[in-house]
Design a protein around this ligand. Sequence first.
Ligand SMILES: Cc1cc2nc3c(=O)[nH]c(=O)nc-3n(C[C@H](O)[C@H](O)[C@H](O)COP(=O)(O)O)c2cc1C
Length: 382
Amino acid sequence: MSDLFSPFTLKGVTLRNRIAMSPMTMYRSVDGHLSDFHLMLAGSRAAGGFGLVFLEQIAIQPDGRTSASCAGIWDDAHIPGLQRVTALIKDMGAVAAIQLGHTGRRGSEKKPWHGKQQLPASDPDGWQVRGPSPIPHGRRYTLPVQELSSAEILDIHRSYADAARRAHAAGFEWLEMHFAHGYLGSAFFSPLANQRTDAYGGTLEKRLRFHREAFDAVRAVWPSHLPLTMRLGSDDFNAQGIQFEDALWAITELKQHGLDLADISLGMNTDDMKDVPFGEIGFMVERAARVRRECALPVGVSWNLGVPEAANRVIRDELADIVLLGRPALSNPHWPVYAARELGHADPFSLVPEDWAWWIRTRPGPEGSLGWPLPSHRPATR
Ligand SMILES: Cc1cc2nc3c(=O)[nH]c(=O)nc-3n(C[C@H](O)[C@H](O)[C@H](O)COP(=O)(O)O)c2cc1C
């Protein structure tokens, strides 16, 4: 039986465990470039035992960023900064993952802690946002949206391919397409945002054309032995939006276009989502498990899985193949060690670099003096 600490192999890549740091936008870039901050963030989580380490949604075009301070990969000049981070992640024993994205109509934002609003194109840090149809997202995201022409869609697909080529050159070994959270891929899939009447809108089949073409463009340049995955907005929690059954169909379809694993998340194409159980532990797990069963594809899942027992159950009960942690990874760089201690792992410090582990194992000091509280209970040793 697998658990959180079992290795996981996808294509030619093996993760040392099932724990990923989920992509998280950090608003700490200048002209799309990464900095020492990103090196610290990713390096510490890799050293803390995470098996797979994402940075943030990395924009394939400048107007695909969330804000002017977000990371990008639209230029070869971005490669050295990315490469510095992937080398450290690898050196710490984890696999470096990139999430490629375009924010579409939800770009041009202020930093959230400066107010959850978009900046108009007239602002030095703002731009004209683009999307499938000229429909603003709503309440907080009110900027007028320019409808993408088919030539611009083609250009975006070329940018996906260029970005994938750069990601490989920068040393990433896992590539995720971000088609969730109200950004461009999610918007094309949702009838709330996509009301086109051409080949990219209307029927469900046509609303998936953007994604099929993006996958084809990326798969053509991304090495076949490396995982190509997708975070999909699988449900808009709105009767007029994406329904989960649509997602099941889309995932089965995208398997034919090179999809290796689906990370099941929210559509977020409206600020009028109904009854999202944000307060519940693992509220997307049931949907992920259905994808795993019904689409016969490995899956990942996030949302409220920071309680070790809950995360472990997801793997042990074969509901998902990997667990992605967002806020818990921010709050505790050593979450995997914490989880290992809580779950009774025989050697929790096997998850940190071996030189640290050597000092900790050989000179543990009195119980409780290592900087960790004693585990809250001591379940059977793994
Ligand atoms: C600060 C922050 C930034 C985020 N940025 C991204 C992002 O760039 N791409 C993405 O797919 N999800 C993003 N998310 C969502 C997380 O990846 C994750 O799915 C979500 O927080 C739920 O997991 P959690 O309950 O472990 O936090 C972000 C979340 C946070 C807290």
